[in-house]
Design a protein around this ligand. Sequence first.
Ligand SMILES: Cc1ncc(COP(=O)(O)O)c(C=O)c1O
Length: 340
Amino acid sequence: MNFRSDNETPVNETILRAIIDANHGFEESYGYDSYSNLFNKQCQNLFQCWVETLPLATGTAANSIAMALCCPPYGAIFCHESAHLNADECGAPEMFTGGAKLIPLPGQHGKIDVDILEKKLASSGRHGEHEVLSSVISLTQSTEAGTVYTLDELKTFKKLKEKYQVALHMDGARFANALVSLNCTAAEMTWQSGIDLLSFGATKNGAMMAESLLVFNPKYTTQILRHRKRSGHLISKMRYITSQLVAYLNDDLWIKLARHANEQAHYFATQVESQIELIHPVEANEVFCRLSTSKILSLKAQGYEFHVWPDSDDIIRLVFSHATERKDVNQLVKAIELLY
Ligand SMILES: Cc1ncc(COP(=O)(O)O)c(C=O)c1O
């Protein structure tokens, strides 16, 4: 029973059917297909604003191209130390920007500590051209700890962005889970909160391989198409990516899938919280909890699959997804009860 990652889930049937439906006749190549156009219109509607949409196949590409668009080679990118950008992209943001410097920051529950960030921003510039130029703040929503920045918290980052004249990026690999959690509009969680660029994920929430970079600030769109081409992400048969994105947004499918995932996580947490320690507040579709090594081994021996969190031997991450069934959650809850 798999609680390891939302990357290990099957593709949602509606999205799979959309790929098959797209598979007839000829369509223009290299992003000029009718689905790319439709996806852009859907996004303008959803976000209620002008937006440049750049369909891609991976989240790493979305994050890295975003950095290349808003950060010079001599720039600094502030992110949480656990951010995918910092911990899991093999230096791609640094490579795509031509050498920008990531500044990983601490903070509880996967969220950047605002006071530490402000201190860094305030003190930068003292060494003139000897130091990198503060250029971007990157937030992950929902975070790598399964928590969600509130709208008020996002407003604080917006103020910092305005005060220090930097760009604000959101890694939304799990954007849908965060949106469902906050129960706000996509506009409120992005450009109205100062977000200039959004890595908009779909793969974890039901797509096969479909991500996109959304840019709300035209200032950061210079040569965006060339950036995609140079990254190797200008897919010739783009319709097979964009038909997924169109189906994902149609009829609020993405919201329904994320709501289901979040509900399973919350249900699980409420069932076990009297028995096991939850490490972070459960606000989206991931639950982090502490279990002894022997209990972890026992669950694994029973066939439950999950990650033991790196650099710890007693913290596990359980991921609940669009494909998680309630009966499997109940079975896991029972198995945990029997450990005590
Ligand atoms: C927070 C976050 N950002 C971005 C990504 C994108 O990763 P990939 O390049 O594997 O699509 C992931 C995937 O695990 C993620 O968890």
